[in-house]
Design a protein around this ligand. Structure first.
Ligand SMILES: [Zn+2]
Length: 484
């Protein structure tokens, strides 16, 4: 390619379709989406999605996969996720990469790795362009991933400070979990919900209000009526009554944010990561399916505006080292065994805590606990336990009830239970293993994550991008302005 032709092509890309047409045989006009959906499955590696797809197929008696919405996208590749100062990243560094196009250090929110300068995010730049902006998540709204799109703080644990930056973001829609510390860690700061309302946001906490809000209610903050102590939403598999769903919130966001200047939405499936940390395969599937249902609403919108919509689905990192295949089951798998699990780690561990609280130490019985395990996991009931598996549960029982770590050395204890309730985590792992699923860790891994794309500009995402390339591509396609 001679230099002149190269220059023309470059100009064509920069200035868009008019100049491209002057170049004669120049490539097709650069797409210009107006509606961007950025879905981030926190911790959602390839196996997390494949496991859900394999289970759906098996439920219909088939070996193979039943594709989720996200797997129908024409572009699928993988992105590298490493942080500036550590190969295995965290949600703050990875969220910053996905929001700003810059690598940063572990635990940093929207700032450079030295934590001295804020890095502007594609959400802030979209707002500066006049687009409407929505941020949604199943975990608290000040958690690392959502925070990376509107806040700039040296540490992800500065929840209250992050919350104050939500206030000044000027974004149009927040939805999902609430503030982790609405009045600060010491409960001595002005209430963030009151401050949000004072800024003119409609705060939506009830179903009947949720059903009636419209574009006239913007800006708004949807706070799930049912929140845990950490202000996250319940797991989808627990179907807690009175809870909103992530997909329902996304559907509402599409309805109210649709406008001629376009919108940018970031939607996080935040508890895919939490379930994977807890090695809870059934809860992972529930969260992946719920995120995919939300993606289904985005796809409906895309079909109405195919030339102006771009949908990206990716993850910040993989969690759990999840593999389809486990040493003990060799080449066999039966994912439908996971359907036997009735409650998530959140609910089962809460049940165990309640049992320990109401039962004097001299009265606790292995048989009583095993009845709970049988009801909630099928283990020891319709799913037979081997001697070895029963012994694992017995040991977990002893450790759980005594609070002591027996003769286990620290490393072994970490590998077996980490921070989790020993019986619950042992039951979940036995069930997953019997299904043919293995976890290598309670933490994140450095495996590259899938990137799935459909819509205007999809070709730009091909190859093996770095996670920072994703927001750079979005900014190019949207022609986002640089801002200070
Ligand atoms: Zn995590």
């Amino acid at each position: 390619m001679n230099r002149l032709r190269y220059l023309i092509l470059l100009l064509a890309f920069v200035a868009g379709s008019q100049i491209a047409s002057l170049a004669g045989d120049a490539p097709a006009p650069v797409p210009h989406p107006r509606y961007v959906f950025f879905f981030i499955g926190d911790g959602m590696g390839l196996a997390h999605v494949s496991m859900a797809e394999a289970l759906l197929a098996e439920r219909h008696g088939k070996t193979g996969i039943q594709k989720l919405n996200m797997s129908t996208f024409p572009v699928m590749t993988f992105a590298a996720t490493f942080a500036k100062n550590r190969y295995i990243t965290c949600s703050a560094a990875a969220g910053t990469a996905l929001a700003t196009g810059e690598k940063t250090s572990i635990n940093t929110i929207g700032m450079d790795s030295a934590r001295t300068h804020p890095l502007r995010t594609i959400a802030e730049r979209a707002r500066a362009k006049g687009m409407k902006v929505g941020i949604m998540t199943t975990v608290s709204i000040d958690h690392a991933t959502p925070a990376c799109f509107y806040a700039h703080q040296p540490d992800r644990n500065m929840y209250y400070e992050i919350g104050t930056q939500l206030l000044s973001s000027g974004f149009d829609f927040f939805g999902g979990g609430g503030f982790k510390y609405p009045t600060g860690k010491n409960k001595d700061q002005p209430d963030l919900y009151q401050a949000v309302a004072a800024k003119g946001y409609t705060i939506v906490k009830e179903q009947k209000v949720f059903d009636t809000v419209s574009v006239r209610s913007l800006p708004m903050m949807v706070v799930n009526p049912v929140l845990s102590a950490s202000s996250d939403m319940p797991y989808a598999m627990d179907s807690v009554s009175g809870s909103f769903s992530l997909s329902g919130i996304v559907k509402k966001a599409i309805e109210v944010l649709d406008n001629p200047k376009g919108f940018f939405m970031m939607v996080e499936g935040g508890k895919i990561d939490w379930a994977a940390h807890a090695n809870d395969a059934a809860a992972i599937i529930g969260e992946v399916l719920e995120l995919d249902k939300a993606i289904g609403y985005a796809l409906e919108f895309y079909r109405q505006h195919p030339d102006e919509t771009l949908i990206i689905v990716t993850a910040d990192h993989e969690t759990g080292g999840l593999a389809l295949g486990w040493a003990g089951t060799q080449y066999e798998s039966d994912f439908t065994l996971l359907d036997r699990q009735k409650v998530s780690s959140d609910l089962f561990d809460a049940k165990m805590k309640a049992y320990k609280k109401r039962t004097p130490a001299s009265m606790v019985r292995f048989d009583s606990v095993m009845r709970m395990v049988a009801t909630d996991f099928g283990l020891g009931a319709d799913i037979r336990l081997s001697k070895c598996e029963e012994e694992q549960l017995r040991r977990a029982f002893r450790i759980s009830m005594s609070g002591e770590k027996e003769s286990l050395c620290k490393d072994e204890n970490t590998v077996l239970f980490d921070i989790y309730e020993p019986i619950g985590v042992t039951a979940r792992r036995i069930l997953a293993n019997k299904a043919g699923i293995g976890f290598t860790t309670w933490m994140h891994t450095g495996s590259p994550v899938p990137v799935r794309v459909i819509g205007a500009g999809q070709e730009l995402f091909n190859g093996f991008p770095d996670n920072t390339d994703i927001p750079k591509n979005i900014a190019r396609l949207l022609r986002l302005p640089e801002i200070k």
